[in-house]
Design a protein around this ligand. Structure first.
Ligand SMILES: NC(=O)c1ccc[n+]([C@@H]2O[C@H](COP(=O)([O-])OP(=O)(O)OC[C@H]3O[C@@H](n4cnc5c(N)ncnc54)[C@H](OP(=O)(O)O)[C@@H]3O)[C@@H](O)[C@H]2O)c1
Length: 237
């Protein structure tokens, strides 16, 4: 099996690469990210990618196509904050830059990955295109408010994934499209917001990656377009 991970340098992405590299059934892992990824397993190959650059995404897909049909493409990248941009607590905190950055990385980037990678995925057997979304992207689950740009970018990602599942059902009958919620995971992305999280609820990237790979392995065609949490539970849109 051939696998591409987009966001392989991230907390969860790196744990996914490590786990997959130990599986004998996986022949090749194209580990894509902005930062260089070096891995001891020879089947792991780094390829640079910036999700804001469609040419870079297309080049990565061309490299993946040279390797062979992809059985799993897993987008594990994402954005919540940087030095300038922080999740908004109230309306006064909203900024164009914040919305642009969240949508660029969390919505538009994964959509462009789908555009270039779906055509090179395995067609005659089961294949999975999965993206890390977030429970806070669920509109019906939103009881707290705040985090406008991040929530909106993940809700929009969920819509993109639902659309992909409808088109894939027509063209690529064995392809499953999934949005996944990893739980609250100890990573650079969640670090500033871990204060109120109970230790038992803060997953290691390794634990979350194990659960997510289980969800991917168990997903059926009828789950295509669903948003599913680390524990296998479907999340309402
Ligand atoms: N951690 C949690 O508690 C949690 C909860 C719910 C959902 N999620 C979702 O899970 C995903 C992964 O999160 P994480 O916790 O593993 O975060 P992380 O450690 O901060 O990883 C984020 C990844 O995104 C990549 N990335 C950011 N901007 C990029 C760009 N322009 N082009 C290419 N790659 C880019 C980073 O790559 P570089 O470092 O190379 O730039 C990094 O690999 C995200 O989508 C996040 O929304 C996480």
């Amino acid at each position: 099996m051939n696998v591409t991970i987009i966001g392989a340098s991230g907390g969860i992405g790196n744990a996914v690469v490590n786990l997959l590299s130990e599986q004998d059934s996986i022949e090749h892992i194209l580990a894509c990210g902005r930062s260089e990824i070096s891995h001891k397993a020879p089947k792991v190959e780094h390829h640079p990618i910036d999700l804001t650059d469609e040419d870079a995404i297309e080049k990565a897909a061309k490299r993946a196509a040279e390797i062979g049909p992809q059985d799993l493409v897993f987008v594990t990248s994402g954005f919540l904050h940087n030095g300038d941009i922080h999740p908004e607590k109230a309306i006064r905190d909203l900024s164009i830059k914040g919305f642009e950055q969240n949508f660029a990385i969390n919505t538009i980037g994964p959509a462009m990955v789908a555009k270039h990678f779906l055509p090179i995925m395995r067609k005659n057997e089961r294949s999975v295109f999965a993206c890390l979304s977030a429970r806070v992207g669920s509109i019906s689950d939103n009881g707290l408010g705040g985090w406008y740009a991040y929530r909106a970018s993940k809700a929009a990602l969920n819509m993109v994934l639902k659309n992909l599942s409808i088109e894939a059902a027509r063209r690529y009958k064995q392809m499953i499209i999934l949005g996944l919620h990893p739980g609250t995971v100890d990573s650079a992305l969640s670090k500033p917001f871990q204060g109120n999280v109970k230790e038992s609820k803060l997953f290691t990237p390794h634990y979350s990656a194990e659960r997510l790979l289980d969800v991917i392995q168990n997903a059926k065609i009828e789950n295509s377009g669903d948003i599913i949490a680390w524990d296998g539970q479907r999340i309402e849109y």
